[in-house]
Design a protein around this ligand. Structure first.
Ligand SMILES: Cc1ncc(COP(=O)(O)O)c(C=O)c1O
Length: 495
C-alpha cells in the first residue's frame, strides 16, 4: 500500500493524479474507435468483458487501463458525426477539465461545510440562470442529475404548494389528501415520459396525467388545453399543474409557453416548463423569441448534458419563489441545522432531493468562462442550422419521406420509403414500419451509424438528433445515404 493510492495534498499525490489522468487520456487516444460504434451485441459484450472483478491482489492503474480498452472500444463515440440517435452530446473540453477538478476536490454540495466555495459558485451560476430565464428576484435554483430529477422536483413542489395554498393541506405532514385521485397534471401528448414517472412517484398515478393534443408542428394546442381543463372540471377533477415543454425529445418543438401560462393563471395551476432540451436557447439571442413565456414559469427544468455539451450529469432546476424549497427541506442536526438558515449559512441540501451531490455547477461555470456568450450562441445556432440542412437533404431524396424538419432545435424525422408493391395499404404501412426498424438495427449492428427510431402518429420513424456542431454536412449526408443503401438492400433481402 502506498500513500499515492489517495489524492493527498502533497506533491506526490498530485503527481500520481497527473500520471493517472494522462494514462486515462492515452487509453482514449489508443482505443476510441473512429466510428460511432463497434456494433457489438449484448451477448458479444458479455462474453468479451468478463474477468475477475475483485482479484486478490490489485494491478497497476496502467494495467487496469489496458483492460479497460475493451470498454472504450465498445462505447458509443459521442463525438463521431454518425452518433446521432439521442439527446446524447459530445462533451466540450472545458467542462472535462472541470470534471477532473471537481472529482479531485470531491466537494459535497449538501452542506456549506463540505463545499464552501462550491456552494457560492453553484448559487452564482443558478442565480445567473434564473435571471437568464427571466425569473424575478427571489427565484433560486440548484443543480440536478438531469431532466428526470428536475421534472420530479417541479411536480413535487407543484403538488405540495398547490395543496397548501388552495386546500390548506400539508402533504409534508399528512401525506396525500383523501381525494388525491381528483388531481390532474396537464401536458402535451409528446411531453417527456418523466412527467408520468413523476406522477407515479408522487402517489398520483399515471391516470393523473392528462395528455393534450399537439398541432402539426408538435406544439400543444391552447384551445385543446382549454377544452381539457373544462372536461376535467366537468368530471370533478382539478388540474394543479400545467407542464409546457420547450424542446420535445423527438421533435424539438416548443409549446406556446405564453398561452400555457395564461391557462395556468386562469385555472390557478402551477406552471412547470420542461426546457431540458430547448433551455439551451437561453444562451442564444434566438432564445428571447423562441422561449417567450418561460419567464412566467413557476419552475423550470434545464439540462446542460444535451444541447450545451456538458459531460453527464449536468442539469438544473429553477424555482420562481425559492421560499417554496422549505417544502422539501428536512433539517438534520449533524448536517444542516435550522440555525444555519437564520445564520445565513447556505446548505444546498435544502434545495435538492439528493443529499450527497456532485459539484456539477463547476462544469457550466468553466464552459461559460472559456467559450463566452458569442461562441456558445454561435455553436448552438450552427448545430440547429446544420440540422435544417440535413432536413433539406432528406426532403430532396426520392427514397425518403421527411416527417419533421427542425424549427428551433435539431431533430430531423424521416422514413425510408419502400418501392410500393401491390397489396393492402395497411399491410404496406406495417411492412414500411418493419423496414425502418430493420434499417436502424442494421446500421447499429454494422457500426455505420447510431440513429434513432421512434413512433410518429403510430408510424415507425427514423430520427437524427443532431447535437454535434463539429459534424460536416457531407458527413451527415453520408448517414442519409447509408440509410437509403441499407433500406434498398433490406427491402430486397427480406420477404
Ligand atoms: C424533454 C425532456 N425532458 C426530460 C428528459 C429527461 O432528462 P434526463 O435524461 O437528463 O434525466 C429528457 C431526456 O431526454 C427530455 O428530452
Amino acid at each position: 500500500m502506498t500513500s499515492h493510492d489517495f489524492l493527498t495534498p502533497t506533491a506526490g499525490g498530485h503527481a500520481a493524479l497527473a500520471r493517472a489522468v494522462h494514462a486515462a487520456v492515452d487509453t482514449l487516444r489508443r482505443s476510441l474507435p473512429n466510428a460511432p460504434y463497434s456494433g457489438a451485441s449484448p451477448e458479444a459484450l458479455g462474453a468479451l468483458l468478463h474477468g475477475e472483478l475483485l482479484p486478490d491482489a490489485g494491478v497497476s492503474i496502467d494495467q487496469a487501463l489496458q483492460q479497460a480498452e475493451a470498454i472504450v472500444r465498445h462505447s458509443i463515440v459521442t463525438g463521431h458525426p454518425g452518433a446521432a440517435a439521442h439527446l446524447h452530446c459530445p462533451p466540450l473540453i472545458a467542462p472535462l477539465a472541470a470534471e477532473v477538478l471537481l472529482s479531485a476536490l470531491n466537494q459535497s454540495m449538501d452542506s456549506f461545510d463540505q463545499a464552501p466555495a462550491a456552494t457560492i459558485v453553484e448559487l452564482q451560476v443558478t442565480d445567473w440562470l434564473c435571471r437568464a430565464a427571466g425569473l424575478p428576484a427571489g427565484a433560486g435554483g440548484a443543480f440536478t442529475a438531469g431532466g428526470t430529477q428536475s421534472n420530479y422536483m417541479g411536480l413535487w413542489l407543484a403538488r405540495d404548494v398547490w395543496l397548501a395554498q388552495q386546500r390548506g393541506w400539508s402533504v409534508r405532514t399528512r401525506g396525500l389528501p383523501p381525494n388525491a385521485n381528483r388531481l390532474a397534471i396537464l401536458c402535451s401528448e409528446v411531453a417527456h415520459f418523466t412527467v408520468e414517472k413523476s406522477a407515479i412517484q408522487l402517489g398520483l398515478g399515471t391516470d393523473a396525467v392528462v395528455k393534450v393534443a399537439v398541432d402539426a408542428h408538435f406544439r400543444m394546442i391552447p384551445t385543446a388545453l382549454d377544452e381539457a381543463i373544462d372536461r376535467l372540471a366537468a368530471e370533478g377533477r382539478t388540474p394543479f399543474c400545467i407542464v409546457g415543454t420547450a424542446g420535445t425529445t423527438d421533435f424539438g418543438s416548443i409549446d406556446p409557453l405564453g398561452a400555457l401560462a395564461d391557462a395556468a393563471e386562469r385555472c390557478g395551476a402551477w406552471f412547470h416548463v420542461d426546457a431540458a432540451y430547448g433551455g439551451a436557447l437561453l444562451f442564444s439571442p434566438r432564445g428571447a423569441t423562441a422561449l417567450a413565456g418561460l419567464d412566467r414559469a413557476d419552475s423550470i427544468t434545464l439540462d446542460f448534458h444535451k444541447l450545451l455539451w456538458q459531460p453527464i450529469s449536468c442539469g438544473a432546476f429553477l424555482l420562481r419563489d425559492a421560499a417554496h424549497y422549505e417544502l422539501l427541506t428536512t433539517y438534520a442536526d449533524y448536517l444542516n441545522p435550522e440555525s444555519h438558515a437564520t445564520d445565513g449559512i447556505p446548505d444546498l441540501v435544502n434545495r435538492s432531493v439528493l443529499t450527497t451531490r456532485r459539484f456539477d455547477a463547476l462544469k457550466l461555470w468553466m464552459t461559460m468562462r472559456v467559450l463566452g456568450r458569442e461562441k456558445l450562441a454561435a455553436l448552438i445556432d450552427q448545430t440547429c442550422a446544420l440540422a435544417q440542412s440535413v432536413a433539406a437533404v432528406i426532403a430532396a431524396h426520392p427514397s425518403l419521406e421527411l416527417v419533421h424538419a427542425p424549427e428551433q432545435l435539431s431533430c430531423v424525422l424521416f422514413r425510408y420509403r419502400r418501392q410500393r408493391q401491390a397489396g393492402a395499404e395497411g399491410h404496406a404501412a406495417t411492412r414500411d414500419d418493419q423496414l425502418n426498424t430493420l434499417i436502424r438495427d442494421d446500421l447499429f449492428r454494422r457500426g455505420v451509424a447510431v440513429i434513432g427510431v421512434t413512433k410518429v402518429r403510430d408510424r415507425t420513424t427514423l430520427k437524427l438528433t443532431l447535437l454535434n456542431p463539429t459534424a460536416a454536412l457531407h458527413e451527415l449526408s453520408a448517414i442519409v445515404d447509408a440509410v437509403v443503401a441499407s433500406g434498398a438492400a433490406l427491402d430486397v433481402a427480406t420477404p
